[in-house]
Design a protein around this ligand. Structure first.
Ligand code: AKB
Length: 331
């Protein structure tokens, strides 16, 4: 028991991690959380030119160019820092991907191919998230099972299903340790998301704290899975730390913590900000994407195979979001 614990902590200490897309919504917080757990010098913030890390992200540890479309840039950083684990967060979100399908494929799939090839060559484990966007109209929308129909009609969804299949392929054919979750909409207070269908659930908090009326781009009754950032970070890290012998699935696990429609998040915020107002102005692209996604996923497999358990629900997330954003805007 003691030896196992010692071994686990040594393994943690010895990990060298590259986060690709470290300045994005998830990457900026994931990099800091990984540094907290594994040590600052063991986590490299990978970025592309024009999206350099700033502030604490820049100052707390190493950073390097890691562009998924340029294999050489990844090879250089993997060798320089002796990387053994890659969190690959390079992707265009659903709305932008619909506007720039070719770019979405280039970054999401050609880029993933480069990451997986580098991982094969340098024996790295790889986490490349999928999404609730990997499902489509013909998927069961309520309690969506782990293994079910995945026939999305958006470019984002197509790249996410391909991500899952290609990641599994590299595991089965070459033994690359690929693992992933299907992220829902992620709600956070550090870095804003850009170009997703679920972004409204972040923007609504910013409007409430700034005392502005919120214009919701989705109709009442549009349910989607959402998650607070601390749970999302914990999901990614716990899965990468999970005992491989217990994993029946790999790419990618359904995870869930809350599902709500716009009128429900509005009512919850209004409970704490009574003067808050919201109106609807439906964006047809966002609405059609949201309508094609599940209302709520069944995450039983994640709970059974690696003990997934979220901490936050809509109310506890709302209290924390409002508190953190008030501090942020008081500065
Ligand atoms: C998006 O809305 O595109 C993302 C997602 C759910 O994958 N947040």
């Amino acid at each position: 028991m003691y030896l196992r614990a010692l071994n686990d902590s040594l393994t943690k200490v010895m990990k060298n991690i590259l986060v690709i897309g470290a300045t994005g919504q998830i990457g900026s917080e994931l990099t800091m959380e990984l540094r907290r757990r594994y040590g600052d010098s063991h986590v490299v913030a990978g970025y592309i030119s024009g999206a350099e890390p700033k502030g604490v992200l820049k100052d707390s540890g190493p950073s390097a160019i890691a562009d998924v479309t340029d294999r050489q840039s990844m090879k250089t950083v993997i060798k320089q820092y002796n990387i053994d684990t890659v969190y690959n967060l390079a992707a265009l979100l659903s709305v932008v991907a619909e506007r720039k399908p070719e770019m979405a494929w280039k970054v999401g799939i050609d880029g993933l191919w480069n990451v997986l090839e580098m991982a094969r060559e340098h024996q790295c484990a790889v986490f490349t998230p999928s999404s609730i966007g990997s499902f489509g109209e013909s998927t069961p929308h309520v309690k969506t099972p782990q293994d079910t129909i995945q026939r999305p009609r958006t470019m984002y969804g197509i790249t996410k299903v391909t991500t899952e299949l290609l990641s599994d392929y590299y595991y089965m054919k070459y033994g690359v340790d690929t693992r992933a979750v299907r992220f829902p909409g992620i709600i956070s207070n550090v870095t804003l998301p850009g170009g997703g269908t679920t972004d409204y659930a972040v923007e609504i908090y910013y409007a409430a704290v700034k005392g502005q009326k919120f214009i919701c781009p989705l109709k009442p009754g549009t349910y989607m899975d959402m998650m607070y950032m601390p749970d999302a970070l914990n999901a990614a890290i716990s899965l990468m730390e999970a005992d491989p012998a217990r994993l029946v699935h790999r790419n990618a696990f359904n995870i869930a913590s809350m599902s709500f429609a716009p009128e429900e998040i509005y009512a919850m915020i209004k409970k704490y900000v009574p003067g808050f107002e919201m109106d609807y102005e439906v964006d047809s692209l966002k609405q059609s994407i949201a309508d094609s996604w599940p209302d709520c996923l069944d995450d039983t497999c994640a709970r059974m195979e690696w003990d997934w358990k979220p901490q936050y629900d809509l109310e506890s997330m709302t209290v924390d979001m409002l508190e953190k954003l008030k501090i942020k805007f008081a500065k």
